[in-house]
Design a protein around this ligand. Structure first.
Ligand code: GLP
Length: 241
């Protein structure tokens, strides 16, 4: 694991944006695994700026997102499909037909999840997977559990995740209780993994993921086994290392 120390959130975003930009520059038809949550928003803004400056071309880039809430349509303003359009896709020259996110409204969850893994494989895997991390160490929506689940699957969200994400909804009751998430195989097959983290509330999860045992109760700890994993985090998130 490579840990890059950043001064603050802007610096995390700049460094992470530069890493993703280098992947797109070296391989214009790359497959990017993308993440939602507040952590990557600044990274997406850096990518948008680079596109606007003529430094980056997304026309041949394909994407696969980590997860989606069960029951939210792609037009719901808290769906991850909506998040990706408003925070990145609508602002760069990506072909949105090449942007993939599990459907929150599928009536056949098993097929949706199985097909998502087949899709990742058919794209030749991801060149870079961007990750945020929940305060409990979750990646995508792989919540702390007794085992690591490899494939895309439906998860029951942890109470602490519902609490953490309630800030985006009108009330806590509006937060969906389940989500579809890429599993640990989907994340670990990426050629590069890039995790961004900032703030004190991520410090304990970073400590456990980086220095603790590899344990499904801290899902991000599996990243210790990835051959090319970079964490870009600010001083606060790294304060317990
Ligand atoms: C959600 C997403 C995760 C994300 C996490 C952290 O639970 N499913 O992919 O990493 O939020 O969010 P934030 O970056 O807002 O702390």
């Amino acid at each position: 694991m490579r840990i890059i120390r950043a001064k603050d959130y802007a610096d995390v975003s700049r460094k992470a944006g530069n890493i993703i930009a280098s992947v797109v520059t070296l391989k214009p038809d790359c497959v990017l695994g993308l993440a939602t949550g507040s952590s990557p928003i600044g990274t997406y803004q850096v990518l948008i700026k680079k596109y606007e400056n003529g430094e980056l071309d997304f026309s041949r880039v394909k994407t696969v997102n980590l997860d989606e809430y069960v029951g939210l349509s792609k037009d719901h303003d808290q769906s991850y499909a909506y998040f990706m359009r408003t925070n990145l896709f609508d602002h760069v020259n990506i072909d949105q037909a090449n942007c993939n996110i599990p459907s929150g409204l599928t009536d056949d969850p098993e097929a949706e999840c199985g097909n998502y893994d087949k899709l990742i494989a058919s794209l030749g895997g991801t060149d870079l997977q961007l990750l945020g991390m929940g305060p409990n160490g979750h990646i995508g929506f792989n919540e702390p559990d007794e085992v690591f689940t490899p494939g895309t699957h439906c998860v029951k969200l942890a109470d602490s995740t519902i609490d953490a994400n309630a800030r985006f909804f009108a009330t806590r009751d509006d937060v969906p209780r389940q989500a579809y998430t890429m599993g640990i195989w989907g994340i670990m097959q990426a050629k590069k993994v890039l995790l961004v983290a900032n703030g004190k509330n991520k410090a304990e999860a970073i400590r456990a993921a980086v220095t603790g045992p590899i344990d499904p109760r801290v899902p991000a700890s599996i990243l210790q086994l990835h051959p090319d994993c970079t964490i870009v985090a600010d001083e606060e998130a790294l304060s317990l290392l």
